[in-house]
Design a protein around this ligand. Structure first.
Ligand SMILES: Cc1cc2nc3c(=O)[nH]c(=O)nc-3n(C[C@H](O)[C@H](O)[C@H](O)COP(=O)(O)OP(=O)(O)OC[C@H]3O[C@@H](n4cnc5c(N)ncnc54)[C@H](O)[C@@H]3O)c2cc1C
Length: 252
């Protein structure tokens, strides 16, 4: 973990300098949850030396620049530059140097949550596609009567249901306090890919109207890229499964 944002102890405060990209809701937030390095990287190994803080977002010390983006317009995304933010010691969460272990607790449920959202988005796209395919008539019959329209939608339904089973399995393991990293990552991967294909199929089912904002499916496709990209990329999930489940050498 090569995180470079530094929090240096100064009496009963820490002083923070650093930056981070893709910070959600920083335009409106009055609090910040911050992971920062409290021990220089050369003096620790692995994920040690990081501490977690929950503190006021003092805008005189934190500059926020919004990132214009393809979708997800309901939430602002930002670059954040921190220059001399003073954090009282009592705003540190838990022990100094153990911050990453606290963050880890949230990573698997976050993946399960995103996976679940992706399944929902894919299902919404399929519902619109099936509705349109039943209504739209070309050559005197509904387009949904053609197997060329039916089969991609049926395949997407199966992919979404299979992904949802992995979501449920991961959620069940998490609720039982059992290890669930492989399942949570797999659920995120499978659900995001199934969602993306369902959204793309929904656009093609709508033909040219799939490109029109009126039918919403173009927006669904734009939104479907987020669970693919974040909070971890599909490539890194494949690396994780290869290494941790299949026992192959770490590749990065
Ligand atoms: C809308 C949006 C909201 C976000 N919100 C947040 C947020 O609230 N908080 C937050 O912390 N982050 C957030 N992110 C960031 C997101 O989690 C990252 O963008 C994502 O994890 C990918 O990391 P990266 O951008 O650094 O890609 P990079 O690490 O630069 O990777 C670029 C590409 O190279 C590939 N790659 C890199 N290394 C390897 C390798 N060894 N093998 C194969 N492929 C590799 C990656 O898979 C990826 O496809 C958000 C991103 C978006 C788009």
């Amino acid at each position: 973990m090569k995180l470079k944002t530094r929090a240096v102890r100064d009496g009963d405060h820490y002083v923070v300098h650093g930056q981070k990209v893709w910070i959600s809701t920083a335009q409106v937030a009055n609090k910040i949850l911050l992971l920062a390095r409290t021990t220089p990287i050369e003096e620790c190994k692995g994920t040690e030396g990081l501490s977690l803080f929950y503190t006021d977002m003092d805008r005189s010390k934190v500059e926020v620049r919004e990132i214009e983006k393809l979708g997800r317009k309901c939430v602002d995304s930002n670059q954040v530059f921190i220059d001399g933010l003073r954090i009282p010691v009592e705003d540190r969460v838990g022990e100094e140097g153990k911050g990453f272990s606290y963050i880890l607790h949230g990573l698997n449920p976050e993946r399960i949550l995103i996976a679940s959202e992706a399944v929902g988005l894919g299902r919404a796209a399929l519902k619109r596609a099936a509705g349109y395919a039943n209504e739209r008539e070309v050559f005197g019959r509904p387009i949904g009567q053609n197997q060329g329209i039916q089969h991609p939608l049926a395949k997407s339904w199966m992919e979404l249901e299979a992904a949802d089973l992995m979501v449920q399995k991961a959620a069940w393991l998490y609720d039982q306090h059992l290890p669930c990293a492989a399942e949570a990552n797999s659920a995120k991967y499978l659900a995001a890919e199934a969602c993306y294909h369902a959204c793309e199929n929904a656009i093609f089912t709508h033909g040219g109207m799939g490109y029109a904002k009126e039918y919403h499916v173009e927006r669904y496709l734009r939104e479907s890229w987020i669970p693919r990209l974040a909070p971890v990329s599909p490539q890194l999930i494949l690396c994780f499964i290869a290494e941790k489940v299949l026992g192959l050498p770490k590749s990065y």
